[in-house]
Design a protein around this ligand. Structure first.
Ligand code: TYM
Length: 337
């Protein structure tokens, strides 16, 4: 991964949905990397509220979760003065550009998306938004002429579609979008459910013991890790036969930077008790400072308002420029001045 050190920094875009409570998977797969990348790149970090309404949200809850997510971004260490932090619905270009790209997307390719297949199997009334969701995600990325998109492994397919749609549009209407690359971290890209370690850790899990929420109090985190499913092999080893242990090792490695070899050596001949305790303490040490910062930030709504207002201004400027380019190439007549 290379970045420019000059004025012309490469561009990063990423986002998280303000639906439900943020998980350790969201944190380790995405947010923690965003913080690391903020000095080298020009970063747009978005709260994707338009994406959240593909399934019905309680309005009061959506408002609260949107502000909480902004507070989490800042508390995790994303500097609002260096980066553009904004709320997706504050930038109308996303919805407008989505229509344009929708008309260049095929139902076949959208209905083949794994996430669409999984989610549409779960709900009875599947919204058109759920099908078109990856087009909105593509637009999010393409409007900012993004170079790199830091996401967890579950978003890889959506990134491939984004590249396909961008190439198709460029091919039909001449060079309009930069073709973005995914950035999927070497560890932490797929944090698994603690109770069913062959399944991704997810906000919408039915068993809350399988999922650590980043605002879980320390005693809850300790309990969930103590109850995490392992196996009867009894050896701390990074092996596909031990998905539970493998998952805990990847959590520990992503937080502490220890390699799998180092972890295996450290717990040689020790069983799972000490190992699990250390995993829990590593998570607590990582999340406790973030949690108190979130509380402070949520007590100062004015400051959060300033952050998202400033972010919306910058994002609107950049996104509208690309939208105008799309409209012109498609053949729309610009409004006369
Ligand atoms: P969302 O809100 O489901 O998840 C946010 C980020 O967290 C990552 N993630 C995980 N990483 C590791 N292990 C897990 N168990 C885990 N669960 C989630 C996701 O990969 C993601 O990076 N479609 C996106 C939001 C989005 C977006 C975008 C992302 C909308 N527009 C443009 C990037 C660029 C989503 O639903 O993420």
């Amino acid at each position: 991964m290379e970045a420019n050190t000059t004025e012309n920094k490469k561009v990063i875009f990423s986002g998280i949905q303000p639906s439900g409570d943020l998980t350790l998977g969201n944190y380790l797969g995405a947010l923690k990397n965003w913080v690391k990348l903020q000095d080298q790149y020009e970063c747009y970090y978005c709260i994707v509220d338009l994406h959240a309404i593909t399934v019905r949200q309680e309005p009061k809850n959506l408002r609260a979760k949107t502000l909480e997510l902004l507070a989490i971004y800042v508390a995790a260490g994303i500097d609002p003065d260096k980066n553009t932090l904004f709320i997706q619905s504050h930038v109308p270009a996303h919805s407008e550009a989505q229509w344009l790209l929708n008309c260049n997307s095929y139902i076949g390719e959208l209905s083949r998306m794994t996430q669409f297949k999984d989610k549409s199997a779960k709900y009875t009334n599947v919204s058109a938004g759920l099908l078109n969701y990856p087009v909105l995600m593509a637009v999010d990325i393409l409007l900012y002429q993004t170079d790199l998109v830091p996401v967890g492994g579950d978003q890889k397919q959506h990134l491939e579609l984004t590249r396909d749609l961008a190439q198709r549009f460029n091919g039909a209407y001449s060079e309009t979008f930069k073709i973005p690359e995914p950035y999927i971290p070497p560890t932490g890209a797929r944090i698994m459910d603690l109770q069913e370690p062959t399944k991704k850790m997810s906000k919408s899990t039915e068993n809350p013991n399988g999922c650590i929420y980043i605002l879980d109090p320390p005693e809850v985190i300790r309990k969930k890790i103590a109850r995490a499913v392992t196996d009867s092999i009894g050896v701390v080893k990074y092996s596909d036969e031990q998905p539970g242990v493998q998952n805990l090792m990847s959590i520990l490695s992503t937080i502490t930077g220890m390699s799998y070899d180092e972890i295996e050596k450290k717990y040689e001949g020790k069983g799972y008790g000490d190992f699990k305790k250390d995993v829990a303490e590593a998570i607590v040490a990582e999340l406790e400072p973030l949690q108190s910062k979130v509380k402070e930030l949520l007590a100062d709504k004015k400051q959060l308002e300033e952050i998202y207002s400033k972010g919306a201004q910058k994002a609107n400027y950049v996104a509208t420029k690309t939208l105008r380019k799309m409209q012109k190439k498609i053949g729309f007549i610009p409004v006369s001045r």
